[in-house]
Design a protein around this ligand. Sequence first.
Ligand SMILES: [Zn+2]
Length: 57
Amino acid sequence: MSTPPEPTWRCSSCGFTLKAATPPEICPMCRNKCEFVDVSCYIPGCGGPEGADPRLK
Ligand SMILES: [Zn+2]
């Protein structure tokens, strides 16, 4: 059994990314209630050190 990878979230305000099951209510970077968008890498080969899909902006 293996745990599924956690989604990657990116703050729409400052661009901070993190991996978590659910996005935080307060962005730890800009300390605002930002909207976090799911930028998880769902397809192989999309790359990026964060595991985020660079095509999603
Ligand atoms: Zn932020």
